[in-house]
Design a protein around this ligand. Structure first.
Ligand code: ZN
Length: 196
């Protein structure tokens, strides 16, 4: 039996993938929640469990190849490909543009499943979809671990996230946590707040 939302959230917390506090995001905005998918995916058994939700959805959709944008999508794509027993390739940035390197290719007419760890705007996924289309392949679906688009992202093909995590952030001027005088923490620094 697959994990449900409660199991997923509990495991995010247990692995510190999901932290509660007062965080400075890379965008410069402040948030009460910080999410780092790599913290859960560093555990292969958890990665296997999460990716099984995506694999179960697409295993009977005649997928030929799984593709992911580097770096975040690689573990997800590889694990899903393993579970549906298809090949896996990834696209990486060259001059800021996602590209197939290392002799990777997609054949004309192949059915492609795009995988990613976290989707906010979906930019990298759209780029990978464009690579598949430029090869005259068919994008059969998009599978990803966390939807942080607040319901906004629509890839125009069957898509599945294992969980939706609402992303709320504030400009420093309007941040209620700053107004409360709580200390701002930069994620990734050694000083992490106590888990709530
Ligand atoms: Zn703040």
């Amino acid at each position: 039996m697959s994990w449900n939302d409660v199991d997923i959230l509990r495991t995010f917390h247990e692995t510190d993938a999901l932290l509660h506090g007062h965080f400075l995001l890379t965008s410069g905005r402040h948030s009460e929640v910080y999410f780092q998918c790599a913290k859960i995916l560093q555990h292969p058994d958890y990665a296997e469990e999460l990716c099984s939700i995506i694999a179960d959805e697409f295993c009977d959709k005649n997928i030929d190849v799984v593709i992911a944008p580097a770096i975040g999508g690689i573990i997800v794509g590889h694990e899903v490909a393993k579970q549906i027993n298809k090949r896996f390739i990834f696209a990486e940035r060259e001059d800021k543009k996602l590209t197939l390197r290392r002799g990777f290719s997609i054949k004309e007419g192949e059915r492609v499943l795009v995988c990613e760890d976290v989707v906010t705007t979906g930019g990298s996924v759209f780029e990978v979809m464009d690579i598949a289309k430029s090869c005259n392949a068919e994008v059969a679906g998009v599978g990803f671990i966390v939807d942080r688009s607040n319901g906004k992202v629509d890839f125009g093909v069957p898509q599945l996230s294992t969980i939706k995590l609402e992303a709320i952030s504030y400009s420093p001027e309007e941040c209620p946590l700053c107004k409360n005088g709580s200390e701002l923490v930069k994620p990734g620094s050694r000083k992490l707040p106590v888990k709530s």
